[in-house]
Structure formats: structure tokens, C-alpha cells
Design a protein around this ligand. Structure first.
Ligand SMILES: NC(=O)c1ccc[n+]([C@@H]2O[C@H](COP(=O)([O-])OP(=O)(O)OC[C@H]3O[C@@H](n4cnc5c(N)ncnc54)[C@H](OP(=O)(O)O)[C@@H]3O)[C@@H](O)[C@H]2O)c1
Length: 241
């Protein structure tokens, strides 16, 4: 039986993955998030499958303790999916809007990623999967902290992969880069190719099964991401703000 931990499982992609693995995955699943009632919904939906811990990733001491408790209750860990994240449009470039994005997507996120890699190194195997974003490939005038923190995450995952390669351990790191998925996080005008959560989750599960290094979701976002990455500045800078 697979032992899975999902950080940010109370809605959107994290919840979709939790439900998918509960239905198809022959798994025991630890789930976290700040909203207790959403975790309780999961527990009642499939009794005996879920272990829950209410926790805020920005409270790093409490977060590490919660992760340890969940892993102990699951009896080990094969896969940790780090889906927790936030981001807001910030037309007035107000630091108060950016601050939660920095603390959740950088400080809290790093605490969980580091904990997972240390755990898997100790255990001798495992798989860390983080939901970053195709947006992290370029800056954003509309939500500067969001794209910048996603770039941080993508870079950090590469660093973890390099660390693990040096140790020759069977610990995989997968960077899932969604385009747009139909959740509360999909904000702003002009969204396109918005994937339903179920479709995005099916593709994420496949990428996890293949232990891919980087996966775009949905798959056609690989092409869009390439174009976006290579747009000349003269064009890119006129596209938003
Ligand atoms: N939807 C998109 O179009 C899209 C595109 C690219 C990337 N992504 C990425 O996908 C990931 C999941 O987002 P989503 O689209 O599924 O949106 P969502 O429904 O808003 O889910 C965000 C999850 O993060 C958790 N979270 C947020 N702040 C937290 C905190 N301080 N402590 C603990 N958990 C926290 C939330 O739980 P609580 O509120 O209960 O704490 C929730 O479970 C994010 O990293 C996002 O950047 C989404």
C-alpha cells in the first residue's frame, strides 16, 4: 500500500489528487491545510484512508512537527505532493499583497521541501512532487511575487535534484508546471486552456507514475511554455502590466 502525504489538500489540485489516490491508488494518505472542515470532509468521505493535520506552512516549526506525526501514522512515506501555494494580482504594487505570497510560496514551501528530502534521504527512497507553475518561466507585471516565487521553486527543485544525484539515492523530484487549472487560484483576465481539476490531476498522476523530472499540465502547455519562455523582450514587455 502506497503512503502519500499531500500538503495543501483542502481544495483545488491537492484535493483532486487526494481524491484520485483514495479512489484508484490503494493508498493511505496524509493530508494537510489550514481549513479543518475540508480535511474532515475527506476523512468522512473515505473512512480509514486519510490521516489529517491542520497546519499553516508558514508556521515552520509546527509544520515540521505535523509532517513527522503524519509520516509516523502512515508508517513511512513513498510520495509527498507539495501543492500549497498562493498568489494575488497586485496592480497597486502593495507589499502587503505580496507578503503572504512570499511567506507561503518561499518560506513555508522551502520548509516542507527540505523536510521531505531529509526524510527520503534517511529512509533511502521516496518521491517529492511540487506544483509550481508555467508562470515561473517569466516575470509578471500583474502578479510579480507570484511568478517570482514560482521561479524560486523551480530553481530550488533543480538544486534538490543535483544534491540527490550526488548521493546516488533513488529519490525522485518532480516539478509539475500547470498552465491554468479551474480552481480558486486561476485569477485575472484572458485565461485560456483552463483545464478542469480532474483532467489536470489525471495528467499529474501519470507524470508522477513515470517519475518525470518536469511535467507541463495540461500537456499542450509544454509548447505554450516554450513560446512564452522565448518571446523577445520587445514583445513580452508590451503584453501585460
Ligand atoms: N489553478 C491554476 O491555474 C494554477 C496554475 C499554476 C500553478 N498552480 C499552483 O497549484 C497549486 C495549488 O493551487 P490550486 O490551483 O489547487 O489552488 P487552491 O484551490 O487555492 O489550493 C491552494 C491550496 O494551498 C493551501 N494553502 C494555501 N496557503 C496555505 C498555508 N499558509 N498553509 C497551508 N496550506 C496553504 C490551501 O489550503 P488552506 O487554504 O486550507 O490552507 C489549498 O489547499 C499552487 O501552488 C498554485 O500556485 C495553480
Amino acid at each position: 500500500m502506497k503512503k502519500i502525504l499531500i500538503v495543501g489538500a483542502t481544495s483545488g489540485i491537492g484535493e483532486g489528487l487526494a481524491r484520485w489516490y483514495a479512489e484508484h491508488g490503494n493508498a493511505r494518505i496524509g493530508v494537510t491545510g489550514r481549513r479543518r472542515e475540508r480535511l474532515e470532509d475527506l476523512r468522512q468521505w473515505r473512512p480509514g484512508v486519510f490521516e489529517t493535520e491542520v497546519c499553516d506552512v508558514t508556521d515552520t516549526v509546527a509544520m515540521e512537527a505535523a509532517l513527522e506525526r503524519l509520516a509516523a501514522r502512515l508508517g513511512g512515506l513513498d510520495l509527498l505532493v507539495l501543492s500549497a501555494g498562493t498568489g494575488d494580482l497586485n496592480p497597486s504594487l502593495d507589499y502587503a499583497v505580496e507578503q503572504p505570497t512570499l511567506s507561503i510560496n518561499v518560506t513555508g514551501w522551502t520548509c516542507v521541501a527540505d523536510w521531505a528530502v531529509r526524510f527520503f534521504e534517511r529512509q533511502g527512497q521516496g518521491h517529492l512532487v511540487a506544483i509550481t507553475s508555467a508562470g515561473g518561466l517569466r516575470g509578471s507585471g500583474a502578479a510579480p511575487a507570484y511568478n517570482a516565487t514560482k521561479a524560486f521553486q523551480m530553481n530550488y527543485l533543480e538544486g534538490l535534484r543535483q544534491r540527490l544525484a550526488g548521493k546516488r539515492l533513488p529519490v525522485a523530484v518532480t516539478d509539475v508546471r500547470p498552465g491554468f487549472v479551474d480552481t480558486a487560484m486561476a485569477k485575472g483576465e484572458g485565461l485560456f486552456w483552463v483545464a478542469p481539476v480532474e483532467k489536470a490531476c489525471r495528467q499529474i498522476v501519470r507524470a508522477i507514475g513515470r517519475r518525470k523530472r518536469v511535467a507541463y499540465v495540461t500537456r499542450r502547455w509544454r509548447i505554450a511554455a516554450w513560446i512564452y519562455r522565448h518571446l523577445p523582450d520587445s514583445l513580452f514587455l508590451r503584453m501585460g502590466g
